[in-house]
Design a protein around this ligand. Structure first.
Ligand SMILES: Cc1cc2nc3c(=O)[nH]c(=O)nc-3n(C[C@H](O)[C@H](O)[C@H](O)COP(=O)(O)OP(=O)(O)OC[C@H]3O[C@@H](n4cnc5c(N)ncnc54)[C@H](O)[C@@H]3O)c2cc1C
Length: 471
């Protein structure tokens, strides 16, 4: 069994652009080379502007390399949730944005003859707990009112579900690889280049990176979680959800994807002769024994499918406190697209379209819906609740039972992991991003921030941002 996603072998096929630079000038700087960054570059490539993408590691190594890659508008009970939190008009607009995103992404694939194993499948939403049947019925009712054709669905795992059609699956890294090839002749790409600060100088921005500085007129933050805290206060507007995924070859595959609304979330899709199963969806600040969560999902997988997983991985996505993505302008000439609520294939695509339309001064009917500077009551209430979650995780992290032993040197606490050869690896237990206490993930041998999702290896090197400093 390998601790990596089923797609990660494909990221090796993406050519790297590790070229050193000192100081460069560009018109548009896209920070982040995942699906958001590359799709934005795709829409901007013909604008006669100089476009540059930087990525802290390699293209296709971020969250997109660990997704389950369902391209769907059936997103658990999202329309019921948005109707309750906002209103039915906003829920309908969100639905339309997802349908449009599906058209855009499938057209990009068809127009450019991209070989990324795109497959049209039905998508199923289900609840196995009777207490959740109401949520399913509500979602059915809303989608029927939008004109979707709904069919009831049951099988050996699914007790009560329904399906919709015109949804898809694909291989996300084959897609990213092709997008990269399409844009490469018009866009400069620098990998292993981490943005660490942004300064305004006259009408331009000066972005500092580990390689050199970049002077730019426009910045697109496509880096999943922004690395700065002020301005914009991103950590207050959002929280992180983590999910664990297993995959193994099976004898029978189906042309469906499925997802449930029960708390112990379970999602299924197939890829060639593999079954991909997602489970134990939790807010990052709870269930912080991340190594143990792996062991639990492995047990679930063996119970359900009677075999061991061949691949296991975990992934995390950002959820905004009012359930709608954050897409658009946050400041003069700085744009963001993120907080996709674990539905980033559609939302990154519509996000890239909105941001590129804003840069081109074109109208887009979803600008208001996803306005990243919006303030509303659910956002305020959930942001306050979120602060308590952060505090709880901070305190729990300090005393966490899965941590290896501690040493205190000159008043600073270090966590020490001793490897199989007896060598000690010592790191400070404080995340440089917002000073949360780190917890040890025994399965992957990483130090993870239970508040905002930064991750470090046993020697303190960054695996995942928002921290831009090693520990
Ligand atoms: C378990 C799980 C399953 C999911 N399944 C689905 C699904 O079935 N369907 C769906 O639609 N969505 C799904 N999602 C959500 C989806 O995967 C994400 O929303 C999406 O991949 C995010 O893409 P991105 O480009 O914004 O981020 P990323 O792919 O992470 O790209 C951001 C890039 O920015 C770089 N970066 C970060 N900081 C810096 C910096 N300071 N300087 C330079 N570069 C930087 C990173 O290295 C990274 O490459 C799932 C999420 C999870 C957690």
């Amino acid at each position: 069994m390998e601790h990596k996603s089923i797609w990660e072998d494909y990221s090796k096929t993406i050519n790297n652009n590790i070229k050193p630079f000192k100081n460069i000038k560009t018109d548009i700087l896209i920070i982040g080379g995942g699906i958001t960054g590359l799709t934005t570059a795709y829409f901007l490539k013909d604008t006669n502007k100089k476009i540059t993408i930087i990525d802290k590691s390699l293209i296709g190594k971020g969250v997109t390399s660990k997704t389950t890659a369902k391209i769907s508008f059936l997103q658990q009970d999202i329309y019921g949730k948005i109707t309750k939190m906002h209103n039915s008009k906003i829920a309908r607009e969100y639905y339309e944005s997802q349908k449009e995103a599906i058209n855009i992404i499938t057209n990009i694939i068809k127009d450019n003859d991209i070989k990324c194993d795109l497959e049209k499948v039905d998508s199923v939403l289900f609840a196995n707990k009777e207490s959740n049947y109401k949520k399913i019925n509500k979602e059915k009712e809303i989608l029927t009112s939008y004109g979707e054709k709904i069919k009831d669905y049951q099988d050996n795992i699914i007790k009560n579900g329904f399906s919709v059609s015109n949804t898809y699956t694909f291989n996300p890294l084959k897609y990213l690889n092709s997008l990269k090839k399409i844009i490469e002749s018009k866009v400069s790409i620098y990998e292993n280049t981490i943005a660490t600060s942004i300064k305004k100088i006259d009408n331009n921005y000066l972005v500092t990176t580990n390689n050199g500085t970049i002077k730019t007129n426009i910045i697109v933050l496509a880096c999943h979680y922004p690395f700065f805290i002020i301005p914009y206060l991103f950590p207050v507007r959002t929280y992180i959800e983590r999910e664990y995924v297993c995959a193994a070859k099976v004898k029978d595959t189906k042309k469906i994807t499925s997802i449930n609304v029960d708390k112990d979330l379970c999602s299924i899709r197939y890829y060639k002769d593999y079954l991909i199963y997602g489970g134990i969806d939790h807010r990052l600040t709870s269930k912080i024994d991340y190594g143990n969560n792996y062991r639990e999902i492995k047990k679930d997988f063996i119970n359900l499918f009677n075999q061991e997983p061949e691949y296991m991985w975990m992934n995390q996505d950002i959820v905004s406190n009012d359930e709608l993505p954050l897409i658009g302008k946050i400041k003069d000439n700085i744009y963001i697209s993120t907080a996709y609520n674990a539905w980033g294939m559609t939302n990154s695509t519509i996000g890239a379209k909105i941001v590129s339309d804003l840069i081109k001064n074109k109208d887009n009917k979803y600008i208001k819906l996803f306005n990243p500077r919006r303030i509303n009551l659910p956002l305020i209430i959930n942001s306050i609740i979120g602060l308590f979650h952060y505090l709880k995780a901070y305190i729990e992290g300090l005393f966490h039972k899965s941590n290896p032993h501690y040493v205190k040197i000159k008043g600073i606490i270090y966590g020490v992991y001793t490897d199989l050869e007896g060598k000690d690896h010592k790191v400070k237990l404080i995340c440089p991003h917002m000073k949360c206490s780190l917890v040890f993930n025994k399965e992957e041998l990483t130090w993870d921030c239970p508040c905002h999702g930064s991750r470090f290896d046993i020697d303190g090197n960054i695996i995942e941002t928002p921290s831009i400093k090693k520990i």
